[in-house]
Design a protein around this ligand. Structure first.
Ligand SMILES: Nc1ncnc2c1ncn2[C@@H]1O[C@H](COP(=O)(O)OP(=O)(O)OP(=O)(O)O)[C@@H](O)[C@H]1O
Ligand SMILES: [Mg+2]
Length: 374
């Protein structure tokens, strides 16, 4: 071994200085790398990650940016003009709500979870308190949320389905199935919904298509024109699912007015616009004959100040109202409904209006705003 070092020393002594420096650098580098590798084993993962990210960051300073490949051309897509079954359906006679009808207000929007049912239930309680006369609610959403709220408030726990009789599903007189509530809401009556309604609606629509006869789109309209409804109730409020179902279309055909609840975010604003465009088309094709009361902002963060995304959504809706509907009053800002713990507390088992004074005050403003436009 001693021999080896002596021979190495004499060999190296003969090298030029630059060769000695290079060899020393290489040996030094390998030595340090080896030492770090040995030392790094017990280091924690965090430290390794830190070293790794320092290395990759420093490396990225010297890396040339990769040339951006142009995106391959995509086939262009023109969405075919949308025509609902209702617009192309054969109807032998179209009905209109009675000229001096009581207000029949459909509450609808194609977007789910925006507060339609909450507005329907609480507005019914507000109307009842204002008019001091009975109000009729119709639940056309097979999920039955409105029915749960209203029946729950009346202390009825069993689910119930009667709204289908207003779509012509039964030979019996629909008046027979109107349920009057009790307790704090005894002046409210309801035709309720439950899951089987979804299947029934599909079957009804298939039957109409097979028979090429959509006259019963106006079944509800014909019913609500009867004096038994017109004389007993101060107003009718119809809650819809977020789709143009047999029930929704019957509701729209029978209604004198439409109220569109929406939350204030960009996606919901877009959905409200899309839905109102559909309403404009149904009106143009003379299928429906109602007045759009407007868009009511719901679940807003506060009644006094908006967050930025809410301001943007409001602006978007206001611009849409001006441009497409030539209306500066399309949004019911005075009637907007704030997010509230009381409303959330009674979801599905009651009506917040009859328990919470803050909710009553908020819906009082919406009720007043709606009545101005009836
Ligand atoms: N102002 C509010 N403050 C707090 N929670 C609210 C408010 N409005 C609605 N909610 C809650 O938001 C949820 C959705 O409301 P709601 O059922 O009224 O919406 P929807 O549009 O009818 O939904 P769907 O399309 O499913 O029928 C419910 O849990 C409800 O309690
Ligand atoms: Mg609902």
């Amino acid at each position: 071994m001693g021999d080896f070092w002596v021979r190495l020393e004499s060999t190296v002594a003969g090298w030029p200085l630059w060769a000695k420096l290079i060899v020393t650098a290489i040996v030094g580098y390998l030595g340090i790398r080896f030492a770090i590798k040995q030392a790094i084993v017990p280091l924690t993962d965090e430290l390794r990650q830190l070293l790794f990210s320092i290395r990759t960051t420093v490396a990225s300073w010297f890396r040339k940016p990769a040339a951006v490949e142009p995106a391959p051309p995509q086939p262009t897509r023109t969405v075919p003009l949308e025509r609902t079954i209702w617009e192309v359906a054969k109807v032998s006679s179209r009905e209109r709500p009675a000229a001096k009808s009581i207000p029949i207000i459909t509450i609808a929007n194609m977007k789910g979870g925006v507060g339609k049912t909450t507005v329907a239930a609480n507005l019914a309680a507000e109307f009842q308190s204002h008019y001091q006369r009975p109000i009729l609610l119709i639940d056309f959403d097979y999920q039955g949320s409105l029915s749960q709220c209203v029946l729950g408030e009346a202390g009825i726990t069993d689910s119930d389905l009667t709204a289908d009789v207003l779509l012509g599903s039964s030979k019996e007189d629909p008046l027979h199935y109107k349920r009057q509530m009790r307790r704090l809401i005894e002046e409210i009556s309801i035709y309720s919904a439950h899951y089987p309604l979804a299947t029934m609606e599909n079957n009804i629509q298939n039957q109409w298509s097979l028979q090429q006869n959509f006259d019963d789109m106006y079944f509800l309209c014909r019913q609500l024109k009867r004096k038994e409804f017109q004389e007993q109730f101060a107003a009718v409020i119809i809650d819809c699912p977020p789709r143009l179902t047999v029930g929704s279309v019957n509701g729209l055909c029978a209604s004198t007015h439409l109220l569109v609840p929406t939350t204030l975010d960009d996606m919901s604003a877009q959905a409200a616009e899309y839905f109102l465009n559909q309403i404009a088309r149904l009106t143009e094709s003379e299928l429906i004959d109602l007045r759009v009361i407007g868009i009511v902002p719901t679940i807003v963060s506060s009644r006094t100040t908006y967050q930025n995304h809410e301001k943007q959504a409001l602006k978007r809706l206001a611009d849409y109202g001006n441009l497409e509907w030539k209306r500066q009053d399309l949004i019911l800002t005075d009637g907007q409904i704030a997010r509230s713990a009381a409303i959330a507390r009674y979801a599905g088992n009651g009506i917040a209006y009859v328990h919470s004074s803050a909710t009553a005050e908020n819906f009082g403003k919406l009720g007043a705003e709606v009545r101005k436009r009836l």
